[in-house]
Design a protein around this ligand. Structure first.
Ligand SMILES: *Cc1c(COP(=O)(O)O)cnc(C)c1O
Length: 245
């Protein structure tokens, strides 16, 4: 695709997504400013991410740490979000680079993030605070990442006890809907559950406010249930070649 075509296609996808977000916020009686659109550029070339930024995107998401780090080296005036699974040996790629890690689901990962943040703070002689969200497997779906619902409180408390980590919210991915089922309808109870969890957790940890939920197919349900971050790829950038994650 020529650069002009790419820019035009991404701008059109973004305009359509923004219109859906406005409509969803209006239907939910919410202010559009309450919902951050994270444009998910994974698998697409950095030129596509740059086209989104040129069209007004302020937040970009990637699900692989390496891909995030290499794109962030080129596009460094946006907020980068890690939305995919993080292994401890990849923590160094994203700490100090990402605005928020949405996918923290175990203590050992928090330990690695804290250790790396301490290191960066020392070497670069600056304050480093890593914003993270706890990913929750609300459906108890074994194929999915995320901690169990009954582990959330302990994980949030553990994160809150780390000096260089701030737990700012919860994230979830609902199970894929059965064929023929409206994705918004299928996802909504899972989003409602995450919101209920957040409300409860926030009583002890008022900094836990964010709800990262909703993608191309189900952002309306997510906004209705209080999403503060929707992660939208396909609707902005078009389809992706299949990849195992
Ligand atoms: C890929 C991905 C998205 C975006 O999905 P689309 O259906 O393309 O909008 C959102 N969240 C996560 C965790 C992803 O991996």
């Amino acid at each position: 695709m020529s650069p002009v075509d790419l820019d035009a296609r991404v701008a059109a996808g973004l305009a359509e997504t923004t219109a859906r977000l406005h409509a969803a916020c209006a239907a939910a009686g919410r202010d559009r400013s309450e919902v951050t659109l994270v444009a998910v550029s994974k698998t697409h070339p950095v030129e596509a991410a740059a086209a989104a930024v040129a069209a007004g995107v302020l937040d970009l998401g990637e699900n692989r740490p390496r891909e995030l780090a290499s794109k962030a080296a080129v596009l460094d005036d946006v907020r980068w979000h890690l939305i995919g699974p993080l292994q401890r040996n990849k923590v160094r790629d994203v700490v100090g680079v990402t605005h928020c890690i949405h996918t923290v689901d175990r203590r050992r990962l928090l330990d690695a993030i804290e250790a790396r943040a301490q290191h960066v703070a020392q070497v670069e002689e600056r304050d480093v605070e890593v914003d993270v969200m706890v990913q929750v497997n609300v459906a108890g779906d074994r194929a999915k990442h995320g901690c169990a619902v009954d582990e959330v409180d302990a994980l949030v408390a553990y994160g809150a006890s780390q000096p260089h980590v701030r737990v700012v919210g919860l994230m979830t991915m609902p199970p894929l809907p059965e064929p023929g089922v409206d994705p918004n309808e299928a996802a909504r109870p899972h989003f409602a559950r995450l919101r209920g969890l957040r409300d409860r957790v926030a009583r002890g940890h008022p900094g836990v406010r964010a709800l990262s939920m909703g993608m191309s197919a189900d952002l309306e349900a997510a906004v209705l249930e209080g999403a503060t971050h929707v992660r939208v790829g396909t609707a902005i950038f078009g389809g992706r070649p299949p990849r195992r994650d």
